[in-house]
Design a protein around this ligand. Structure first.
Ligand code: ADP
Length: 153
């Protein structure tokens, strides 16, 4: 049976840190669905969600085992709909651990079949966070080094 994982997150923006987790995840899973959680009414994104989908699709156009989707429902439900029995998440530090620990528990309660698999970030990417990139970009800084694609202004 194919091992399908959902890689859920806000990805605002999708970074080289995310890419590290994604590509290493491909050694474990046959298919990875990058799932961008987006609620039009609630979240105010910095990077447009459809533009982010387009950047990600373009970046991995030669890897059919990677796909990207936007969702607006419980992660566990969305995973079930796509026959994904695994959630892939990255861990940078103990703060991530505390947070991830409770989300993993929550998701397992909603769907006992769902296992969360954590990969520890490769150290050179551990300092990268979407929120810092947004700050740098907001003030006109160059963020190219942190992203696996180049963004048009
Ligand atoms: P969320 O809003 O759910 O925290 P993010 O888009 O910020 O989503 O992150 C998605 C996943 O990627 C999370 O598991 C997060 O810990 C992980 N992640 C974020 N930045 C990095 C990084 N630099 N290296 C490895 N994993 C990361």
């Amino acid at each position: 049976m194919e091992k399908i994982a959902l890689f859920p997150g806000s990805f605002d923006p999708f970074t080289k840190g995310h890419e590290d987790i994604l590509l290493r995840g491909l050694k474990i899973f046959d298919q990875i669905i990058i799932a961008i959680g987006y609620n039009t009414a609630k979240h105010k994104r910095y990077f447009d969600v459809d533009t982010m989908v387009a950047y990600i699709e373009k970046t991995y156009k030669d890897k059919p085992e990677i796909s990207v989707k936007i969702y607006n429902e419980l992660t566990a439900e969305f995973a079930k709909k796509h026959n994904a029995n695994y959630l892939l998440r990255g861990l940078r530090n103990t703060t991530d651990f505390e947070y991830e620990n409770s989300i993993a528990e929550l998701n397992k309660n909603q769907n006992p079949e769902l296992e969360t698999v954590f990969l520890i970030t490769t150290p050179i990417y551990a300092h990268i966070s979407s929120s810092i990139i947004r700050e740098v970009h907001r003030y006109g800084g160059d963020v190219t080094d942190y992203l696996p694609y180049s963004i048009k202004e």
